[in-house]
Design a protein around this ligand. Structure first.
Ligand code: PGA
Length: 254
């Protein structure tokens, strides 16, 4: 049985004070939903303050990125070692990092290796562009990204994968539950082929891309979808809390 996971990716939003106030209202509204693992991923500069506020709650903390070396002359970067004490999770290979910061599958793979060895647990993102989707290349693109991103990784049971079609991110045009489930099943099959079926059944795979309180039920109803990586809707506490609570309710009946 895979425990559902809902992670909020705040991206480059919230000042320190805004982050603290958002966390306070999420804690107030959410208390005691332990059947869903809930993770907040604020900007780096707010991690320490948010961690303080989360103390004593079951809500966990995640970073949005990290560098692939432990320390050294890498001005402006944040190392996995710095994050280990602070965070439970780190998002790696988000499509915005691939697109705006030129992260290749090779870089993603190095970061995932680092995170598995000495950093927080990785949430590894994969997803196809609209162009690839319309050209019928989703399967090929996702297979390549998963194989390249996870090459040589061991163990993988604590690793989380997020399937985030680029055309669905921030567009209000979410995939359907069936579409997302089909690609997520494909990802599980790829993992089963590389490792084995038993391992594949333990890895949690999330959907991400325009998830809201209105459509979360459609994704959670699908057997292969273990939760969501939520962007825009995670910046509104009532919306995010609704996503977590619906997940908790639906999970108990599926
Ligand atoms: P969105 O972002 O929910 O705003 O579409 C999801 C993500 O990029 O993780």
């Amino acid at each position: 049985m895979r425990k559902p996971l809902i992670a909020g990716n705040w991206k480059m939003n919230t000042t320190l004070e805004e982050a603290k106030s958002l966390v306070r209202s999420i804690i107030n509204e959410l208390d005691g939903t332990d059947s869903v693992e809930t993770v907040l991923c604020p900007p780096f500069i707010s991690l320490a303050a948010v961690k303080e506020l989360l103390r004593g709650t079951s809500i966990e903390l995640g970073a949005q990125n990290m560098y692939l070396e432990d320390k050294g002359a890498y001005t402006g970067e944040i190392s996995p070692v710095m994050l280990t004490d602070l965070c439970d999770y780190v998002i790696i290979g988000h499509s915005e990092r691939r697109q705006h910061f030129f992260e290749t599958d090779e870089v993603v793979n190095k970061k995932v290796k680092k995170a598995v060895a000495s950093g927080p647990k990785p949430i590894v993102c994969v997803g196809e562009s609209l162009e690839d989707n319309e050209a019928g290349k989703t399967e090929q693109v996702i297979t390549n990204q998963v194989k390249a991103g996870l090459a040589g990784i061991s163990p993988i049971s604590e690793l989380v994968i997020a399937y985030e079609p680029i055309w669905a991110i921030g567009t209000g045009r979410a995939a359907t539950g069936k579409q997302a489930n089909a690609t997520i099943s494909l990802i599980r099959d790829i993992i089963a082929n590389i490792w084995n079926r038993q391992t594949a059944e333990t890895v949690r795979i999330l959907y991400g891309g325009s998830v809201t309180g209105n459509n979360i039920a459609e994704f959670i109803a699908e057997l292969n979808i273990d939760g969501a990586l939520v962007g825009g809707a995670s910046l509104k506490s009532s919306e995010f809390v609704s996503i977590v609570k619906q997940t908790a309710n639906l999970k108990s009946i599926r």
